[in-house]
Structure formats: C-alpha cells, structure tokens
Design a protein. Structure first.
Length: 272
C-alpha cells in the first residue's frame, strides 16, 4: 500500500540532509512542499527530479483530498519549508487525514530548529516547552506569557524579525529579565547565537534580520504566577488609598515579585 513519508529537510545548510531523505525524495511519485521554490533549490542541489506540488497554509484544506487520491496510487513525500513537517507547519492536516484513511505514515528524521537552538543555548535541555510562533498581537502574546510565567522548564519559541524586539520587551515585562539564547539564521552563512539577558538581547538586536529561535530560561521550580485580577485588585485598593502610580507600582512589584513594567501596565488598565 502506498505510504506518506514525512521527510525532514535542511533548516539552512543544504548539506544537512540524510542519505535516506535524498533516496526517498527520489523514489516517491510526488512531493508535497510548503514552499516549492525552496524545494526546487534543494532538489537541484541533490539531483532530485520528482514532481512537486504545493501544500501551504492557505491551500492545505483544498489540497488534502487531492493528495489522498494520489496516495491511493503512489507514495507521496511531505516536506516543509525547512526542518520537520508538521512542526509549526500545515502538514499536520494531511497527516491526520492520512491516518484517518488508514494510509501508512513514516517519518524520515532530519534537522530541527527547536533541538538545534536548545543544544546551542547553554540552558537546561532536560525538559522544555515548545511554544511555536509567539502570537502576533501584543495582548495575545502577553496573555500567553502570563499563562506560563510559573513554568520551570526551558521555553522555546519562533519569532519573525519585525516582531523580535516587541516580543523580547513583553518577555522581560511578564517573565522578568531572564537568561536567553537568541538564535539567528541557524546553520546558514550568517548564523548567530546571542547569550545573555533579555534586556541585553534587546539592545544587541537593534535591527533584527533573519529567522529567529528564542530559548528562554524557565522560572523557579514551584513558583506560581499571581493572577492578574488579584494584582489589579491590589492596585485598585492602593489607588483608593491615594497612592500615585509610581509608588503603587513599586510596592506591588515587591509584594508579588513581578517586573515593574508589567505591574505598571496593569495599573494603567485599572484606570480604564
């Protein structure tokens, strides 16, 4: 019976591909790729002539039935733009559909920005939480960070260059000035790994370019982040007592162990 192969491809350096991956990509009848332009570059480098079809976020729902029909007759390989299919990638829809149809699914392991960044970070690698791409909207991003503020495991996230500074600012405001490793353009010619505090990282990447993977130090084991509603209630009480913003923010920051910037944001919300 035909098989769906999930093939890991290079995240930067085109030489980072296994012999098995090259063989499978040559032998299958069709390759579904998130970015066919990137795929053609890889295929040219390794002499792969297999037909390509696109399978990206916008067209994944409409393309899934056609790929299932193809799988009734021939093996199909699924590749993402870079790294492992289904990881922050629409390929999971095809995998789920194939499983539901009883189609065999096999994985051909390959590079991953997640494990590569974690290995390079110098932060505890024994347990980690992968967050995918951080939310684009600042309020959504802060809510996510607030929900994991008490997480003691190392945190890993992807971020786009035009949102990097804003995300680092939110990380510092919600999680504090923790240790981080900011990995840029992994395995590419201009690879860079910055290790330091969140504040230092913000200052270092004044004009971010490239693809970023963030590795963030976990919080203290057993710590539980305070409920923002509780903090707001405390700030409201201090406001009614006549305290000004700076004084109330400083007091609550010490009481709850929160960054002053995050407490001040909550203070502003109590004024609305």
């Amino acid at each position: 019976m035909p098989t769906l192969y999930l093939v890991g491809t290079p995240i930067g350096n085109l030489e980072d591909i296994t012999l098995r991956a090259v063989r499978v990509l040559k032998e299958v009848g069709l390759v579904a790729a998130e970015d066919t332009r990137r795929a053609r570059i890889l295929f040219s480098r390794h002499g792969i002539a297999t037909p390509l079809t696109s399978y990206h976020e916008q067209g994944s729902r409409s393309k899934t039935p056609a790929l299932l029909r193809a799988l009734a007759e021939q093996d199909v390989a699924l590749i993402t733009e870079a790294g492992m299919p289904t990881i922050s990638d629409p390929g999971f829809r095809l995998v789920r559909a194939a499983i539901e149809q009883g189609v065999p699914v096999e994985v051909v392991p390959g590079p991953s920005a997640v494990s590569s960044a974690l290995a390079l970070s110098g932060l505890p690698p024994d347990q980690f939480v992968f967050l995918g791409f951080l939310p684009r909207r600042a309020p959504d991003r802060r809510r996510l960070l607030e929900s994991i503020a008490g997480e003691s495991r190392t945190l890993i996230a992807f971020e786009a260059p035009h949102r990097l500074i804003a995300s680092l600012r939110d990380v510092e405001a919600v999680l504090g000035n923790r240790s981080v490793a900011v990995c840029r353009e992994l395995t590419k010619l201009h690879e860079e790994v910055f290790r330091g505090t969140v504040q230092q990282a913000r200052e270092h990447f004044a004009q971010p370019r490239g693809e970023f993977t963030l590795v963030i130090e976990g919080g203290e084991a057993g710590s539980t982040p305070p409920d923002p509603r509780e903090v707001k209630e405390r700030l409201g009480a201090l406001r009614r007592e006549g305290l000004k913003g700076r004084e109330a923010t400083g007091q609550v920051s010490k009481e709850y162990g929160l960054p002053r910037r995050e407490v001040y944001r909550l203070w502003l919300e109590t004024k609305r």
